[in-house]
Design a protein around this ligand. Structure first.
Ligand SMILES: [Zn+2]
Ligand SMILES: [Zn+2]
Length: 225
């Protein structure tokens, strides 16, 4: 689930629940990114786009950008936050301390004993992944919207087959922004061969639906073998 204390951002295919690998990543704004995932189950073959959007702040940035207005989580107690802000002038340069506790889980939902399941791979999965893929997992994150530094995922929960929430912490010790992003599967790029009836996603406009339907009809009539 974690590697060097850092979680890898992976996602399961909403149709077959198999592991998926990120193929592409695009930043749409300071708070929104889009990721293309490919299901690794070759019998399924689903390729889909997921939207990763910062939705609320857990710990305010100490270097806030005027370009970013995020709601603060209602579950976060204000007193510790204000105390931290007051203390910030004293420890703002204490980079080593901050980085040492960077991977500490932080979320505005109760800690679950099986954090992840559907979102995070197991230690065995991590060993199976090659180095290139690990670096890609790390790359696919959403940068801190305030200071634009890299961030690490420290907690997650699944809300449905197509929606997860992920907590990130900014790596920049001068900023220290902690925030929640929603990762939502938003459309299908290539159809699953093992579709789940509960999962209804819009099709990307590039899918040539008419030709697909003609092919499916012809395949159903052809003798197997
Ligand atoms: Zn799949
Ligand atoms: Zn930051």
């Amino acid at each position: 689930m974690s590697e060097g204390g850092y979680m890898r951002l992976s996602i399961r295919c909403p149709h077959c629940l198999g592991k998926s690998a990120a193929e592409d990543h695009e930043e749409l704004s300071r708070t929104v990114g889009e990721i293309a995932y490919r299901c690794r189950n070759y019998r399924c073959g689903h390729v889909f786009a997921a939207r990763l959007e910062v939705v609320r702040t857990l710990e305010p940035s100490r270097t806030p950008s005027p370009l970013v207005a995020l709601p603060v989580s209602a579950h976060v107690r204000r007193a510790p936050v204000q105390a931290a802000l007051l203390a910030s002038e004293c420890d703002a340069d204490d980079e080593a301390d901050y980085l040492a506790e960077l991977a500490r889980p932080l979320a505005d939902w109760p800690a679950a004993p099986s954090m992840g399941g559907a979102l995070w791979g197991t230690a065995a999965d991590a060993e199976a992944d090659d180095a290139a893929e690990r670096s890609r997992y790390r790359y696919i994150t959403i940068r801190c919207p305030h200071c634009q530094a890299g961030a690490i995922a420290v907690a997650s929960r699944e809300l449905s087959r197509t929606l997860r929430e992920v907590t990130y912490r900014c790596r920049n010790h001068r900023c220290r922004h902690a925030y929640v992003a929603q990762l939502e599967v938003v459309r299908t790029l290539s159809l699953s061969s093992l579709p789940c009836a509960e999962v209804v996603l819009p099709l990307s406009p590039h899918v040539r639906l008419g030709q697909l339907q003609a092919l499916l009809q012809a395949s159903a009539q052809a003798p197997p073998g």
